[in-house]
Design a protein around this ligand. Structure first.
Ligand SMILES: Cc1cc2nc3c(=O)[nH]c(=O)nc-3n(C[C@H](O)[C@H](O)[C@H](O)COP(=O)(O)OP(=O)(O)OC[C@H]3O[C@@H](n4cnc5c(N)ncnc54)[C@H](O)[C@@H]3O)c2cc1C
Length: 335
């Protein structure tokens, strides 16, 4: 039996620590509970938002007027080199368990917050690897009418779902890796807001536990040293995706300045933000991190509005001065 609560503050459930309440809120730890929650939303004609670890979202100051479903399906089973996990399991937990069981393949994910559901939807990754490399299959609940073939290919920036059509279907669909349409920070689950990830099978390889632990430790140390802001400055990770750039002069400047290659013509958003002089820029309680310019941080009671104004300024300056259009990696909720 699910417990639908009212007016639950969302800020504490996000890594940004920003945003208003959910008008309706429920935590689900099993498929049947998720189905019950979806039924409630349907009967009450509510939009839904599926919440994982809240580490890649910005919730509006007004909050969310529909039903927030927090995924707490946290069970997992290891069979030889495969791990079957609920979508609410923390990625960090699976990284830890893999290492403990001498399974290699997820070392790159060390130190990334959030759940597996969120990580698969956004194909979370770093230059060394991404979720697409280890996913075997993904089980979903699809809440719109139509079969797998008819799933739209359109990009959707709004990740809330609505039950406006009372004829909406609810069915289970499983996707094999090659059907997930994984690409840079993208997947079929991100393109289709009607897909809710319930569980996933990850395929890893046998490895040397000592080697895995060494790699994991190095990656975490590097993250803390050069990427992650001070823990007292909450964030949602990289704010913008690294854009593909067509300007050879800009690419040459980047490569000369950093000694790095612009792989596939992609330049780190942080370098572009630095180029337009915005590192450290503040608006209200929002600031471009002094440590890594693609992190927007909450330096004290930031409003979602502060973050939006700062991100608009960043986009405008990067577009006007460098001719590059940035787009958000984070998802907006309740805007
Ligand atoms: C300090 C820090 C460092 C980070 N470093 C990285 C990094 O190196 N690489 C990287 O890729 N990301 C990074 N991130 C971003 C973030 O951790 C990842 O994107 C993470 O995978 C998001 O998972 P989540 O569970 O927190 O998703 P949430 O923030 O809860 O949700 C994100 C989106 O996924 C959807 N979603 C969540 N669960 C499901 C589900 N079960 N089914 C369908 N949709 C779902 C939500 O509706 C929402 O649209 C970082 C974040 C922080 C704060």
């Amino acid at each position: 039996m699910i417990n639908i609560q009212k007016n639950i503050p969302l800020a504490p459930l996000t890594t940004f620590k920003i945003g208003g309440p959910a008008k309706h809120f429920v935590e689900v730890s099993a498929e049947e509970e998720l189905l019950e929650a979806l039924q409630f939303a349907k009967e009450n004609n509510l939009e839904i938002f599926v919440l994982g670890g809240g580490s890649n979202i910005l919730v509006s100051d007004e909050g969310f007027s529909g039903l927030v479903i927090r995924m707490l399906n946290t069970s997992y089973i290891i069979h030889n080199t495969s791990i079957e996990c609920g979508s609410g399991v923390l990625l960090s937990q699976i990284v830890k368990e893999s290492a403990k069981n001498g399974l290699s393949g997820l070392e790159w994910a060390s130190g990334i917050p959030g759940t597996l559901g969120g990580a698969i939807r956004g194909n979370a990754g770093i230059p060394l690897g991404c979720m697409a490399d280890s996913v075997e299959s993904v089980k979903t609940i699809v809440i719109a009418s139509g079969a797998k073939q008819s799933l739209s290919n359109k990009n959707s920036t709004n990740s809330t779902r609505s039950f406006a059509n009372a004829q909406d279907d609810i069915r289970i669909l499983e996707f094999q890796n090659n059907e997930c349409r994984f690409s840079y920070r993208n997947s079929i689950f991100k393109e289709n807001k009607d897909l809710i990830i319930i569980s996933v099978v990850l395929k890893l390889e046998k490895g040397e536990q000592e080697e895995i632990n060494k790699k994991t430790k190095e990656l975490i140390e590097n993250r803390l040293k050069v990427v992650h802001p001070n823990p007292k400055e909450p964030s949602s990770g990289s704010f913008f995706k690294n854009p593909k750039v067509n300007n050879p002069e800009l690419i040459a400047n980047f490569e000369k300045d950093t000694g790095q290659k612009a792989i596939d013509g992609k330049i780190p958003a942080g370098w572009l933000i630095d180029e337009v002089g915005l590192r450290g820029k503040k608006i209200g309680g929002a600031q471009v991190s002094e440590k890594h310019a693609n992190f927007v941080v909450n330096i004290g009671n930031a409003k979602a509005q502060d973050i939006v104004m700062l991100s608009s300024l960043i986009k405008m300056k990067v577009r006007d001065e460098l001719g590059v259009q940035l787009s958000e990696e984070i998802q907006y909720v309740g805007f």
